[in-house]
Every structure is written in C-alpha cells, then in structure tokens.
Write a protein that binds this ligand. Structure first.
Ligand code: ATP
Length: 238
C-alpha cells in the first residue's frame, strides 16, 4: 500500500506539489493524470525516495521513505519517463546488475528475466549492448529491470511510450497479473484510453493539487476518461 500525506514540494518559490493526500491500496492500479507540468513526475520521484520534499509523509507498506529509505526502496520499482541505462553493458549484464542490487538468487533472476524478457520480446537481444538498442527496446529492458524483483509497489512514469502494440498488450496483462497478486501500481500517463481500460482507480492532479481520486467507474460514469479530463481542465479556464 502506498500512503501519501500532505505532500508538498517546492522548487524555489514555485509550489510543484501542494498538500497532496493519496492512498493506493494493494491490488489497485491507479492512473495518475494531469496536464504537462501538473506535478506528476515530482510526486513519483518523491515516492521513489529520489527527491526530497518540503512537507508531508510518504509510506510504502507502512515504511516511511524518509526514515527508512533502503527498506522502503527494496519494496518498490520506479521507472522514470526517460530511464538512464548503462549503455555500455549488454542487456543481460544490466539485468544481472539490477538483480544484484535487489539480492535476487540465481534461480529467481533467471526465472523472472526469462519470463518478462520473453513476454516483452527482448530476450533474444539480451546478449547485445544496450547502446545498439532502439528506443522501444530500451524501454523494454527498463521495464524488465523494474519487474525483475516483482516489486510490491510499481511506480511508472509514462510506461507505454515507445512500446509496440504486442508488447504494450503484454505489459498491460503483466500489470493486471501483478495487481491480482496484491501489488500496488501507480503510474503517470497521458494515454487516457489505455488508463480507462486497465486502471481500477484514477487520480487527477492540476497545478500541484489533487482534484480527483476515486474508482475509474465513479470518475468516468457514462463518459470517457478523456471527456471528464477535458471538462475538469476547462472548468479552470472558465
Ligand atoms: P509532464 O506531463 O510534462 O511530464 P509533470 O506533471 O510530470 O509534467 P513535473 O515534472 O512534476 O510535471 O513538474 C511540475 C512543476 O515543477 C512544473 O511547473 C515544472 O516546471 C516544475 N519543475 C519540475 N522540475 C523542476 C526543477 N528541477 N526545477 C524547477 N522547477 C521544476
């Protein structure tokens, strides 16, 4: 479970995230949506423990990210929107490095790498250097590295960008399976039709403030998520 209480983050005088409260329970897939600059990446980085914040508390399965960062980070995987990979490494070397970080046994890493790399159709490329990968292939290896320790909390910034339709479909199924097994999934996206299909919940952030958080069903009603989002955005401009 992810619990955010009164999260506030400023860059200088600018408030990027403003007193944000949000809980995502085990087994939920929650889409985090908002216009460019709304505060999504800032929030995700704060949860992942890679960006400090000015006020508030974030806990992952009751572990405080500020007080016990190592313990909290072992529970999660964070995939940034533009992941930095060690490009001089071969795919398999990179995945083994990540598996070492999380202390995975040889059997466990082999099983998880085979499963996720095959499903995302990158397995045969693992012996090649990452520098030779296309944009989509880099996204796939980053996704495999995020899944490799089957995290209890998966934090993803625009995870579908660059994926071909088959891998995108597989990744949606993987997310659903992880959630069915009790993982908590919180991801930012601008692809509202995908979010509408796979997310149990949706959180909408606007100028750093959380303006909506509910089940997908309650938020969109008989409309589409896109229509609801556009309505909320327009309310501000009127
Ligand atoms: P996008 O959808 O474009 O990725 P976002 O919702 O992820 O946007 P953030 O990257 O969290 O938005 O940015 C929130 C606000 O904080 C924006 O106004 C942005 O200009 C500002 N901001 C982000 N990073 C910095 C930084 N390093 N220094 C100063 N301001 C920043």
């Amino acid at each position: 479970m992810l619990k955010i209480e009164h999260l506030t983050k400023k860059y200088g005088d600018k408030i990027a995230v403003d007193d944000l409260n949000l809980t995502v329970e085990d087994g939920q897939i929650c889409a985090f949506i908002g216009h460019n600059g709304a505060g999504k990446t800032t929030t995700l980085k704060a949860i992942a423990g890679i960006m400090g914040f000015d006020n508030g508390k974030i806990s992952i399965n009751d572990i405080d990210i500020q007080h016990e960062p190592m313990k909290a980070k072992m529970q999660l995987a964070y995939l940034p929107d533009n992941p930095d990979l060690y490009e001089h490494l071969k795919g398999i070397e990179y995945l083994n490095f990540i598996a070492d970080v999380f202390g995975l046994s040889v059997e466990e890493r082999k099983k998880n790498i085979e499963e996720f790399a095959n499903r995302l159709e990158i397995y045969k490329d693992l012996t090649e250097p990452i520098s030779s990968y296309s944009h989509g292939m880099k996204q796939k290896i980053a996704l495999v590295s995020a899944l490799i320790h089957k995290p209890k909390l998966l934090l993803l910034d625009e995870p579908f960008v660059g994926l071909d339709p088959i891998s995108s479909h597989q990744f949606k199924m993987i997310l659903q399976e992880l959630a069915d097994n009790g993982a908590t999934i919180f991801y930012s996206t601008h692809v509202l039709d995908v979010a509408e299909k796979i997310c149990s919940h949706v959180a909408i952030i606007k100028q750093g403030k959380l303006i909506v958080h509910d089940t997908m069903e309650n938020v969109k009603g008989m409309s589409s998520l896109e229509d609801i989002f556009l309505e909320l955005e327009n309310e501000e401009h009127n």
